[in-house]
Design a binder for this molecule. Structure first.
Ligand code: HEC
Length: 202
């Protein structure tokens, strides 16, 4: 990864904070996919001035240029939506003079939320993406619900659906599943995964 992951300071829901830290410290899996969830918003609301050769204020939001705006001094500060100028501008209330798009009330709530989540996830441009709600049907053995700790000492409660190569397929309480690198788990959690995998062997 090209950035130092840090927890956003203002995350309100503790459970979300914990699982974000858990997953992001060990893998590049994301809750929001840039190309699927964020780029279309920029395309519909910002393209006229910030894409396809337009870079008002020096800002280009095209998929192949946006990385120049991502960084501690950029409009997009990875993992810190609340300190990102881009978020400040799209959430301005009553037509402040910096508001984006100009002379608007800023973006709609769901668009803002998607962009914030993406930034808080570190503003990654590539990733396998999350497969929310599309957990493959688990095969035997029975899914194992429990606490999982990673090498950084973060613990989450999730259901181990199955083992795929060197990944443990974990399902979060919200239904999202993540292939988590087993090597990133604590020794104790690795042992649990191993026992689970062995019980699955014919
Ligand atoms: C009608 C043209 C127009 C549209 C549409 C527009 N912008 Fe802008 N944007 C500008 C102009 C002009 C500036 C430079 C002046 C300024 O800084 O306010 C700017 C500047 C910015 C900056 C500051 C760049 C910097 O580094 O100083 C950000 C961030 C930004 N826009 C984000 C957005 C986003 C996100 C959208 C879509 C939701 C958007 N803009 C839509 C015209 C536009």
């Amino acid at each position: 990864m090209f950035f130092d992951f840090q927890l956003p300071p203002l995350m309100k829901v503790k459970a979300v904070t914990v699982s974000a830290a858990f997953f992001l410290s060990g893998s590049s899996l994301l809750a929001v996919d840039f190309k699927k969830d964020v780029l279309p918003i920029f395309e519909s609301s910002c393209a006229k001035c910030h894409m396809g050769g337009n870079a008002k204020g020096g800002l280009a939001l095209d998929a192949d240029k946006i990385m120049e705006a991502i960084g501690e001094a950029g409009s997009i500060v990875p993992a810190k939506a609340e300190s990102s100028d881009l978020i400040r501008r799209i959430t301005m209330k009553d037509g402040g003079e910096d508001v984006m798009p100009p002379k608007s009330k800023g973006l709609g709530n769901s668009d803002v939320r998607a962009i914030k989540e993406w930034i808080d996830a570190g503003a990654p441009l590539e990733g396998e993406g999350m497969v929310a709600g599309k957990a493959p049907a688990p095969k035997a053995p029975q899914p194992l619900r429990g606490d999982w700790t990673n090498v950084q000492g973060k613990t989450i409660t999730a259901t181990l659906l199955r083992v795929e190569g060197d990944k443990a397929l974990l399902q979060m309480p919200n239904g999202a599943t993540y292939p988590y690198p087993i090597g990133q788990l604590s020794a104790e959690s690795q042992a649990k995964v191993k026992a689970f995998a062995e019980s699955a062997a014919p």
